[in-house]
Ligand binder design. Structure first.
Ligand code: SF4
Length: 316
């Protein structure tokens, strides 16, 4: 059992963190589903209050950076008006990943509604729904192909009701724990469930899976994405209707951008170099995953990644 004296420090839409480049707000997007209007609202909020970009997270959520002091209320109002902040008390709790290309909006909406009707889950807690691909981001609880999966193990027949009941059970058990893996789950669990992988970039029927380099949606890309619905994936991809403008996005699975990530770089006080600019300048084929880190902490490095770590002299 873990004993914690403080709540988790995950940023939220209302819990804006102060970084070197200004405020950082994380907006939960259950299932990664955004309408074109919501993309436009995020772009407008970032353009007016922050640095103009929208960054994707490893849970299919988004972050706005460089927020000017005193803009928190304006941001919250803009997000609420766009339907991106339906619950003040559950700002950081609505962490739900959904399989891309699976059209699970209705199921995710029911899960989201259920989460918001119970006491807030910890900001680090994660739910998943869809196929085995979502298990690769290690959700605490998941509904995978009609099975309930608890910390990667089969827990019997699944349904939205069973998933929400398991989430409530976690709240009843948790004490100060943030994740299922930190406590003793007192219900029977079966074998580990096979873990799937992210969808390949490119065309999938009437949709395209595309990658914004380093997970950053720039103002021009946001303008394109506002034309239609978008699904953000936990692999920092976007799923968009085929036929739209994909300028600035990578759709070739053989692109050297595939598998390249970077930490916040100069937006962090600890960064020794501008790793994001250096990653752009140096992108080329090579071992993947490749992560660029501004210091020895190596934040956000994926498992098994080759990490280029900034040092006082250069890179290690
Ligand atoms: S790796 Fe270092 S520089 Fe990069 S975000 Fe983490 S602490 Fe900051």
């Amino acid at each position: 059992m873990t004993v914690r004296l403080a709540p988790d420090a995950c940023p939220g839409a209302l819990k804006v963190h102060e970084a070197v480049d200004g405020g950082l707000a994380r907006v939960r997007v259950p299932g990664g589903y955004l309408t074109g209007q919501q993309v436009a609202a995020l772009a407008e909020a970032s353009g007016e209050l922050g640095d103009g970009n929208v960054d994707l997270t490893s849970r299919g959520n988004v972050q706005l950076r460089g927020l000017r002091p005193g803009t928190a209320d304006q941001l919250a109002s803009a997000l609420a008006a766009a339907g991106l902040l339906p619950s003040i008390s559950h700002d950081t709790s609505r962490n739900v990943v959904a399989s891309p290309l699976a059209d699970l909006q209705e199921v995710v909406a029911r899960i989201d509604e259920g989460i918001c009707a119970m006491d807030p889950l910890p900001g680090r807690f994660l739910l998943g729904v869809g196929g085995s691909d979502v298990l690769s981001v290690r959700p605490d609880l998941a509904l995978v192909d009609d099975r309930l999966v608890v910390d990667g193990r089969d827990a019997g027949a699944g349904s939205v009701a069973a998933l929400l009941e398991a989430a409530q059970h976690f709240l009843d058990l948790r004490g100060s724990e943030w994740r299922v893996r930190e406590l003793t789950w007192d219900r029977p669990l079966g074998d580990p469930v096979a873990v799937g992988t992210a969808p390949a970039l490119g065309v999938h029927g009437d949709r395209v899976v595309a990658l914004p380099p380093l997970g950053r949606l720039t103002p021009s890309v946001l303008g394109q994405l506002a034309a239609g619905p978008v699904q953000l994936t936990p692999w920092r991809q976007v799923v968009v209707p085929a036929g739209g403008d994909l300028t600035g996005l990578v759709t070739d699975p053989a692109s050297p951008w595939v598998g390249v990530s970077a930490c916040a770089g100069l937006a962090c006080a600890k960064a020794l170099r501008d790793v994001r600019a250096d990653a752009v300048a140096a992108v080329a084929p090579g071992p993947r995953p490749l992560h660029w880190a501004g210091c020895e902490r190596q934040c956000g490095a994926p498992a098994g990644a080759v990490v280029r770590t900034a040092t006082a002299e250069g890179y290690r």
